[in-house]
Design a protein around this ligand. Structure first.
Ligand SMILES: Cc1cn([C@H]2C[C@H](O)[C@@H](COP(=O)(O)OP(=O)(O)OP(=O)(O)O)O2)c(=O)[nH]c1=O
Length: 207
């Protein structure tokens, strides 16, 4: 149930600490209100369409509760060949994902949606980044799984964490791999007039 407080102007509808950190680092002030949307209820289609649909559903859920606020939702998946890798449920899942990614290139798709219900406004898009892994030895995979880092990350790795040693090169947005394409999201927020670059407040973006 919604608290009896004034709607925050900008909301990140996500439980992901990485998304929060990326937006804070970009100078935004916002509230964090994660939703309860069931990701398994959405049928997998084209990867870009799929992450856009999920991002929009996450944003819409919170926008329904805070209709005057601007709400940001996002979703990230990893694809390789024809498989989609979400978050591993068990150490064996994580090991299999890392074995699949070893020595190969894969794609990371993040969808984002920015929604304001009472203004009937919505921007929704997806960004793709290519990531190439080095060849991993069984010992490297075992060690990385034991760190516990893979478990809440799509594809069982964190490029921003200890998993940085896995990545030989990337082609595209780095923040997109971490969970939110910050350049595109800030561009959209500026374009919609949700935030401004105010010379009198050069410490951050003005909401
Ligand atoms: C590939 C990769 C993913 N990830 C993370 C970003 C996302 O938090 C997660 C993908 O899961 P998501 O389902 O996109 O997001 P989430 O469940 O963490 O949060 P919410 O649905 O509430 O917004 O994987 C990294 O942190 N680093 C990486 O290198």
């Amino acid at each position: 149930m919604k608290d009896m407080i004034t709607d925050p102007q900008l909301i990140l509808a996500s439980q992901s600490p990485r998304r929060r950190y990326l937006l804070e680092q970009a100078g935004l002030t916002f509230a964090v209100i994660p939703g309860t949307f069931d990701e398994d209820s959405v049928q997998l289609t084209d990867p870009a369409d799929y992450v856009k649909t999920l991002a929009k559903a996450k944003a819409d859920e919170i926008a329904g509760q805070y209709p005057d606020s601007w709400v940001i939702g996002a979703d990230t998946i990893v694809t390789i060949d024809r498989s989609v890798l979400g978050k591993p449920g068990t150490p064996d899942d994580a090991r299999h994902m890392l074995e699949k990614l070893s020595g190969q290139s894969h794609c990371v798709f993040t969808g984002y949606a920015i929604v304001c219900k009472n203004q009937a406004a919505c921007v929704c898009d997806a960004v793709k980044t290519e990531v190439q892994f080095k060849n991993l030895t069984p010992d490297e995979i075992d060690w990385y799984v034991q760190t516990g880092e893979p478990f809440d990350k799509a594809g069982a790795y964190a490029i921003q964490g200890m998993g940085t040693f896995l990545v030989r090169r990337i082609n595209g947005s780095y923040t997109n791999v971490v969970g939110l394409p910050v350049c595109e999201v800030i561009e959209a927020l500026l374009g919609m007039g949700v935030v401004t670059m105010n010379a009198a407040n050069a410490k951050g973006l003005t909401v």
